[in-house]
Design a protein around this ligand. Structure first.
Ligand code: NAP
Length: 291
């Protein structure tokens, strides 16, 4: 299948490379030409705009940042909709609000393009390994057309429902991972200040009900004090803002998410936005005079 890929950052680059490894022909575009190099070196063609990419492919995928960015590459000037040929399926794998995904799907439908929201979980590690969890929203036919591409990038691939349903699942994922990363950081702070070795505490907890991938992977990175992103804190702030905005619209009380969202606001405000979300540990330490 001929696939287009737009946006080659921390996640997009390895996901696109896995499509090439999976035997697909790839046409790529990124707003900074330097980002294209690892892909063209691996055999991808470079397109001059999202419209130019869309003109040449069966399925086009975006992996950018937030809703305005997806709207821009999908139906903005020189966007996917401008170059779309009949039968094109457009897939966005960024994390954006469910309402924004539904709006983009409507705009694309009006221009004859089927749109699938298909955000992911699993981080940079999962993107490199091709083991992402992919949660999709859109028509059954559009999902089926995109599935061979999903199979190169992920392992757990779920068609959650109609347009926006993938982003609803992703918002749920961010509720769990946001609170999870805070819980692990709090446990690491507690262990250290209470006089136990945080590494031994993590090791003990891994065998019981406190086990989680977050404790395993992020807990280790906290011990290593490896704050290189990964997943930038400002991105997690964006995702919790999506959760809180949606909760407001739904009249839904989410006290744990609200508290976690406040913590990520403070992380960005204190200059940690470009560091990995596990840098929440640094903020907790600072507030408790633990450095
Ligand atoms: P990233 O490294 O910052 O990459 C984002 C890429 O999108 C950058 O290359 C950026 O281009 C490009 N971009 C942003 N706005 C654009 C626009 N308007 N037009 C064209 N290109 C644009 O971020 P990432 O970590 O790969 O995250 C990408 C998406 O995946 C986000 O929605 C994030 O929430 C989601 N996600 C991330 C992770 C993770 O662990 N990192 C996990 C799951 C989901 P420039 O290089 O020019 O800035």
């Amino acid at each position: 299948m001929k696939i287009g890929f737009l946006g080659l950052g921390i996640m997009g680059r390895p996901m696109a490379l896995n499509l090439i490894k999976g035997g697909h022909q790839l046409v790529v575009w990124a707003r900074r030409p330097a980002s294209l190099v690892p892909l063209t070196e691996a055999g991808a063609q470079a397109g001059s705009s999202p419209a130019d990419v869309a003109r040449q492919v069966d399925v086009v995928i975006s992996m950018v940042a937030d809703a305005p960015d997806v709207a821009q590459v999908m139906h903005g000037e020189k966007g996917v909709a401008e170059g779309a040929q009949p039968g094109l399926v457009a897939v966005d794998m960024s994390t954006i609000a469910p309402a924004a995904a539904r709006d983009i799907a409507t705009q694309m439908q009006a221009r004859g393009v089927d749109f699938v929201d298909a955000p992911v979980s699993g981080g940079e590690v999962g993107a490199v390994a091709g083991t992402l969890s992919i949660m999709a929203g859109g028509s059954v036919a559009a999902f089926a057309k995109a599935k061979p591409a999903f199979e190169c990038m992920g392992k757990n691939i779920v068609h959650v429902g109609d347009s926006g349903a993938g982003q609803v699942a992703k918002a749920c994922n961010q509720i769990v991972t946001g609170m999870g990363v805070m819980a692990v950081a709090e446990a690491m702070c507690f262990a250290k200040k209470a006089g136990a070795d945080p590494a031994k505490v993590r090791e003990a907890l891994l065998g019981g009900f406190a086990y989680s991938k977050i404790l395993e992977n992020h807990g280790q990175r906290m011990l290593d004090r490896n704050f290189k992103p990964g997943f930038k804190s400002w991105m997690h702030q964006k995702d919790l803002n999506i959760v809180m905005q949606s909760a407001h619209e739904l009249g839904l009380m989410l006290p744990g998410s609200a508290m976690t969202a406040q913590m990520f606001n403070a992380m960005v405000g204190s200059g940690l936005g470009e560091e990995d979300s596990i840098a929440v540990l640094k903020l907790l330490e600072k507030l408790s005079g633990q450095q």
